[in-house]
Structure formats: structure tokens, C-alpha cells
Write a protein that binds this ligand. Structure first.
Ligand code: NAD
Length: 504
């Protein structure tokens, strides 16, 4: 049997929607075109699932739910470890598929795919340690708590880390005993289909992992499906508001991992070269297309000029090119629309008085990549807080640098706007770094580093960056409801209407 990833890597392979353990043709003719962003050419298509297709996938998840949720935790855990092994065997191919569809360099995707099995193994492990509590309470009662899975759940994922973000959600959802219907981004839907097939190959029962491809309408149909009991979205803040309002109407739980405008505070006592390396990674990994992209760099005036000069020089050395080549350090952005959005930010930054210090050289790509969506790492210095580049999420490799004099100024600048996701602070004075971290709004703060992600390290935002958590015990518990059982241990019974005076 040919490996599913090798099959999906063949251009124009459209195998259909994956639910109930098999591929199915969609019930309506439309297709979603998936591009190769490095070449600016069409790669393949996937079905545009209709509400009927969504209903069929949700029905498959519903059918599988009693069996999967009824398994002993040890058996579910064995399934997840087997899934991790199958993913591990496929890391090199998964990296090529991710790189083809997202344009991200193979070096990046190989490093990222190498860690994917850890999420499955981690949640397989902690699910075994999930324990309820028991209390003896007033009046002769014993209470105990039990965790229960929620049912079929919807996982709505973005295109920037198609496999990583999916597995963060999937591992927790499955370990908790839920079955899943995944709606991947329309821009990068291919590797999630591969993941569902790998789950089946690992022995997970049919219907436990299902994928419907399509755009926002498919996602909306999934959120509205009666048998969906939880929605876990990673996406933009506007999408988050829509999804939260559907979940609110339906009174089901949701987790929203949304946008950000991550501040990076570089104090004058920071190790400058470490901070420069950290900012380069924060700003330009994934071509700046991460929710925690360090995009608003705040630098103390004592080291401002040195920092700007070193960062600009390093940014201009980043090698763009064929994502599959070992020497390539940065690929394109995801789409023509994303490229144009970056160019609009650059034009506005110039018109508002920003000083471009990196990314000014002409872009010369080999002919095969001439139509790719490439843009140089772009850095503007002297950006003011009222500038568009300071305020809005670009989701591309265009960043701003702003000067500060005092910690209070750094805090005020970092807290500008309504996002609250990632923050990084660079200082050798650990007390000062802690003080800053207490006053800067964010869900994830890195001190002297940036964008570190681990299954054990809780991830999530506040305010316009969303709510709910990925990673850690919080993610597992998010996928469960806690039931309280109250047991009477006193002999006899109470009869309130015959004069008993016990209440409560
Ligand atoms: P997006 O909001 O356009 O799409 C996310 C997913 O939601 C896609 O699958 C999309 O089809 C679906 N969707 C869109 N409208 C919907 C609707 N009305 N109902 C149901 N589903 C709908 O986001 P994107 O462009 O794929 O990703 C980029 C955004 O994601 C950025 O803002 C980025 O900051 C954010 N992001 C956040 C995190 C995090 O951890 N907080 C991580 C990665 C990306």
C-alpha cells in the first residue's frame, strides 16, 4: 500500500473528505484550490464540504463516541502512543508535505514535526493520572467527582502550523475520550487529512478522527451541528468573535486561540547578541506568520542604535529561496493576498514616518520561484505608537522598533491595544524582568527567550487574543466536564414536609 503522504504529495490528488475511517466524495461539486506558495502555482484541490457532508462527518464521530469514551483510560492511552509512533515514522514525509503547502522551509518543518509525537505521548500519559476528589461533608455525606468527555468536538485550525496546532488540540481531545471533527484551514488542508489517515493506521477506531475540508461556511456548519459539544478554534480575532457567539447561542464550551501583537522588551542590561538572535527568531520564523510573532520591538534608548544596526544587518542576511533547500532560512508568505497585505503595511509605515532599516534590497529569485509570495524580512525603526505598524497584526515578516526610556514607558507601549498573547522580556536583572512581566498584559511571557512551546507549558491568550488553554492539564481538563456525586451515608432519611428541619 502506498504511503498516504506520498500519495497526497502528488500534485492534483484529491482523495475527498475523511470520515468514518474512509475517504468520501463531497456531496456538492465545488473544490478548494490549494496553492504552492513558493512557486505561486496550484498544487492540488480538496473538496468544499457542504452542510450535508459536515452532518455525515459529525454522525461518524457520534457513532464512534460510545466506544471511544467507554475505553479504559489505559487502552486509550495505548492508542495514543501507537498514533505517536506512526507519526514518528512519517516525520520526514510530513515535513515535506507541510513545507509544500505552507512554503515554510523544510528545515523549520523538520524541526517542528520532530516534536509532534511528544504531544500525543504527553496527553496519553497525563490522562492516566487524572483523578477525581472525594470529601466527607457536613450532615453525613461523602462527595466524589468524576471527569467525563464532552462528546464529538469541533477542531477549527489555521494554516500557519497545520499539523502542530491540530495535534495540540487532537491529543488532548482524544486523551479525554472525545471524538473529533477537524475543519482545517482552506489554505493548508492537506496534512490534516494525512494525520487522520495515520490515526487509522495506528489502530484508532473508525470515526474517532474525521476531517471536513472547506472554507468559513464549512466551519460555520460544523459549529452549528447539534452533535458538536465543544469548539476549539485557532484563528483570527474576527473569526473568534463569530465562533464564540455561535457557541454562546448553543451554550457549548469554546476555546479561542486568536491573534496577537507580541511586544518584545529589550532592556539596556540585556545581552544584546542574545536579544538580537531572539528577535530574529521571534519575528521571522514561519516568515513572521505566527500568532506570537515578535512584531513590536521596544528597545531602551541606551542600546537603541546598536540594537537597530545589529538587528537590521542580521535580518538582511536571512536567505530566502526554495523551501526544500537546506540553506534556505525563510520561505514565502502563504498567499498573494498575504503578500499584498505586507506591502500595504510597508507603504503606510513609510507614509507615517517610519525608517526602513532592513528589507530594502531588490528581491531576486530563481525563475522557478519568481511568482512565489516572497518578501524580505522588513524592519522599521522609529515607529510611533500611533502608527498602523505598531498597532495591527501584520501576520508577515514586517516588524517595528520603538525606543523607550523608563520601565513605565515600556509597560505602557507593550500594553497598547487590546491583544494579550505572547510577550518577551530581555534583561539580565531577573527581578526587573519579573516586575515587567507582572505589568505587561499577555497569556504567555518568555523571559530571555521567545516562542518556546512544549506540551507541558500552558498556552493561551487574554482579551482579544482569546480564552481557554492549550497544553498542560488545563487543556486536558478543558475537554472534560466534572461531575459531582453526593452520597448520603447517614442512616434513615429526612422528610422536610413532615417537619424535618434539615436544609441543604
Ligand atoms: P482564520 O480565522 O481565517 O481561520 C481559522 C479557521 O477558522 C479556518 O479553518 C477557517 O476556515 C475557519 N473559519 C473562518 N471563519 C469561520 C466561521 N465563521 N465559522 C467557523 N469557522 C470559520 O485564521 P487563519 O488566517 O487561518 O490564521 C491566522 C490567524 O490565526 C492569525 O490572526 C493568528 O494570530 C491566529 N493564530 C493564533 C494562534 C494562537 O495560538 N493564539 C496560533 C496560530 C494562529
Amino acid at each position: 500500500m502506498q504511503n498516504i503522504i506520498e500519495e497526497l504529495l502528488v500534485p492534483e490528488t484529491n482523495k475527498g473528505l475523511f470520515y468514518g475511517g474512509a475517504f468520501h466524495a463531497a456531496s456538492q461539486p465545488g473544490e478548494i484550490v490549494v496553492m504552492n506558495p513558493a512557486k505561486g502555482i496550484r498544487f492540488t484541490t480538496v473538496p468544499d464540504a457542504s452542510p450535508q457532508d459536515v452532518a455525515a462527518a459529525v454522525a461518524a464521530a457520534r457513532t464512534a463516541f460510545p466506544g471511544w469514551s467507554g475505553l479504559d483510560a489505559f487502552d486509550r492511552s495505548k492508542h495514543l502512543r501507537a498514533f505517536a509512533e506512526v507519526v514518528r515514522d512519517n516525520i520526514p514525509l510530513l515535513a515535506i508535505l507541510e513545507s509544500t503547502v505552507t512554503g515554510r522551509s523544510l528545515r523549520e518543518m523538520t524541526a517542528q514535526m520532530g516534536r509532534i509525537p511528544e504531544w500525543l505521548e504527553y496527553f496519553a500519559g497525563i490522562a492516566l493520572g487524572l483523578e477525581g476528589e472525594s470529601n466527607v461533608v457536613k450532615g453525613g455525606y461523602v462527595t466524589l467527582t468524576q471527569y467525563e468527555p464532552l462528546g464529538p468536538v469541533a477542531l477549527l485550525t489555521p494554516w500557519n502550523h497545520p499539523v502542530l496546532i491540530l495535534i495540540k488540540k487532537l491529543a488532548a481531545a482524544l486523551a479525554a475520550g472525545n471524538t473529533c471533527v477537524i475543519k482545517p484551514s482552506e489554505l493548508a488542508p492537506v496534512s490534516p487529512l494525512a494525520i487522520a489517515v495515520l490515526a487509522k493506521q495506528a489502530g484508532l477506531p473508525d470515526g474517532v478522527v474525521n476531517v471536513v475540508t472547506g472554507g468559513p461556511a464549512t466551519g460555520a456548519a460544523l459549529c452549528a451541528a447539534d452533535d458538536i459539544h465543544y469548539i476549539d478554534l485557532t484563528g483570527g480575532t474576527d473569526t473568534g468573535r463569530k465562533v464564540a457567539s455561535v457557541a454562546g447561542q448553543r451554550l457549548i464550551k469554546s476555546t479561542l486561540e486568536l491573534g496577537g501583537k507580541t511586544p518584545v522588551v529589550v532592556c539596556e542590561d540585556a545581552e544584546i547578541d542574545a536579544a538580537v538572535a531572539g528577535v530574529l527568531f521571534a519575528a521571522f520564523v514561519a516568515s513572521g506568520q505566527t500568532c506570537v510573532a515578535g512584531s513590536r520591538i521596544l528597545v531602551h534608548s541606551q542600546i537603541y542604535d546598536t540594537f537597530v544596526q545589529r538587528l537590521a544587518a542580521r535580518a538582511d542576511q536571512i536567505e530566502l529561496g526554495d523551501p526544500m533547500k537546506d540553506s534556505t532560512q525563510m520561505g514565502p508568505v502563504i498567499s498573494q493576498a498575504a503578500l499584498e497585505r505586507c506591502h500595504r503595511f510597508i507603504a503606510t509605515a513609510h507614509s507615517e514616518g517610519g525608517r526602513q532599516v532592513a528589507g530594502t534590497q531588490a528581491l531576486e529569485m530563481p525563475s522557478e520561484f519568481a511568482k512565489g509570495y516572497y518578501i524580505r524580512p522588513t524592519v522599521f525603526a522609529d515607529v510611533r505608537p500611533d502608527h498602523q505598524l505598531f498597532q495591527e497584526e501584520v501576520f508577515g515578516p514586517v516588524i517595528s522598533i520603538t525606543r523607550f526610556e523608563t520601565d513605565d514607558q515600556a509597560i505602557a507601549l507593550a500594553n497598547t491595544g487590546d491583544f494579550g498573547l505572547g510577550v518577551s522580556i530581555w534583561s539580565r536583572d531577573i527581578a526587573r524582568a519579573h516586575r515587567l512581566s507582572r505589568h505587561i498584559r499577555g497569556g504567555i511571557i518568555w523571559l530571555n527567550d521567545h516562542h518556546r512551546n512544549d506540551p507541558r507549558s500552558v498556552w493561551g491568550g487574554v482579551k482579544d487574543s482569546g480564552f481557554g488553554k492549550e497544553n498542560g492539564w488545563d487543556a486536558l481538563r478543558g475537554y472534560l466536564s466534572k461531575k459531582s456525586v453526593v452520597i448520603r451515608t447517614e442512616p434513615g432519611y429526612d422528610d422536610w414536609f413532615a417537619g424535618s428541619n434539615r436544609y441543604g
